[in-house]
Design a protein around this ligand. Structure first.
Ligand SMILES: [Zn+2]
Length: 401
């Protein structure tokens, strides 16, 4: 069995220990010690990292009564080694963990919202609440939490029998009455009290600050993402830099970015409308030009061909109502749109032509695929340099239909 020195002294950074066992597992070695300052993953808190002698310990876990230290090299059984905790990592874990206690307490105290889930990883921390709180509520809870932090209140850890602890359950934020034996109670003075096996700083001031980042609806309540201590600071630095970069791009002060973006959005919408109107005008001009050049067929009807070198492929569809009104005319609209060629065949009023026959010839000439109905057909082919020449080459056949 390993003596858990971290349980009663979360500030202890090192100890001398004896190696009890060392087992190879893949490229790693699982080491057991007679005592340790390294906290194994559990209770929602991530594992510590550190060193045992020269061995780098990247993960610690508990299996039954045993604690295993996953290391990069073996250590001789019976040898003595100094165990050192990676302090910045430990401090980060403790800050996020106590932050979870205090923010949960604030949500419970102010809004009667219960914490029903906690997730911590290397990048973010979340709590799940059984009530959907607004961002305004959460910012109120955030301020309440930070006030407790700034008062630097002591965090007490005590042990008591489950029956004795049950007498205190009204004072606790949550209490699991199914727990038996000796329980570990973590209490922030005049604030949160609950059963917990994780590690917490001895004073709330060490937490630095808590910052709520975002919240989203989750089941009946919400999932709240927050950051504590150095993570909150780094997040603020990152967002500051992003805002400064955006302000530089927009040639304004950081506080003017939302207003400037709002204006840009409005300008863009107006430009989009202008663009649409200009494109429609251009299409009308092109159509008028094609109408003048339309070829006459043997039966007196007309064949109109409109070719566009650059488009978005939707031009044929846009012109459909107008082409459908052209008397006794079959219209072909072919558009090069990026890596595709799109073509549409439309029969005008009074024409008895079958657009599918025209489509078949176009498909053969351009190596494409498409079909449709008697009055309208659509097709497409990969873009090819000589597409206009190919269309022109098949014109006699189209005129003969
Ligand atoms: Zn805890």
């Amino acid at each position: 069995m390993t003596e858990k020195l971290y349980e009663n002294d979360p500030m202890l950074r090192s100890c001398q220990a004896t190696v009890l066992s060392c087992t190879a597992q893949g490229k790693k070695f699982l080491i057991e010690l007679d005592k340790t300052v390294l906290y194994p993953e559990g209770g929602g808190q991530l594992s510590d990292k550190g060193k045992i002698g020269d061995a780098v310990c990247s993960y610690v876990f508990e299996k039954g009564e045993q604690i295993f230290h996953e290391c990069d090299r073996p250590l001789a059984v019976g040898s003595e080694a100094e165990v050192n905790v990676d302090w910045p990592v430990r401090l980060d874990r403790m800050q996020q963990h106590l932050g979870e206690h205090l923010l949960s307490y604030a949500c419970f105290k102010l809004f009667q919202a219960n914490n029903i889930g906690f997730h911590m990883n290397e990048d973010f921390v979340t709590i799940d609440l059984d009530k959907n709180l607004s961002m305004e509520d959460l910012l109120q809870a955030e301020l309440f939490t930070n006030e407790i932090i700034w008062e630097d209140r002591p965090v007490h850890v005590s042990y008591m029998d489950s029956k004795e602890a049950a007498l205190l359950k009204d004072k606790m934020r949550k209490f699991n009455s199914k727990l038996t034996g000796i329980l570990r109670i973590v209490a922030v003075e005049d604030a949160d009290m609950c059963t917990c096996c994780g590690l917490h700083p001895p004073f709330t001031g060490m937490l630095g600050s808590v910052k709520v980042i975002r919240s989203e609806k989750h089941k009946e309540g919400c999932r709240v993402e927050f950051l504590c201590g150095k993570r909150a600071l780094l997040d603020a630095d990152r967002k500051n830099a992003q805002l400064a970069a955006a302000a530089q791009d927009l040639a304004c002060k950081p506080e003017q970015v939302p207003e400037r973006l709002g204006k840009l959005k409005k300008d863009m919408a107006a430009l989009h409308e202008q663009n649409k109107a200009a494109a429609a005008m251009f299409l009308d001009l092109k159509l008028a030009e094609a109408l003048e050049k339309a070829k006459s067929k043997a039966d007196g009807s007309k064949l109109l061909t409109l070719c566009l070198e650059q488009g978005d492929g939707k031009e044929g569809k846009l012109l459909l109502p107008k082409l459908g009104l052209l008397p006794d005319t079959v219209s072909i609209v072919a558009v090069a749109a990026g890596e595709r060629l799109n073509y549409t065949v439309v029969r005008g009023s009074g024409s008895g032509a079958d657009c599918r026959a025209y489509m078949k010839l176009l498909n053969e000439a351009l190596g494409g695929r498409g079909g449709g109905k008697e009055d309208c057909a659509q097709g497409g082919a990969p873009y090819q340099l000589a597409w206009r020449e190919k269309l022109a080459a098949c014109e006699p056949q189209l005129l003969a239909l």
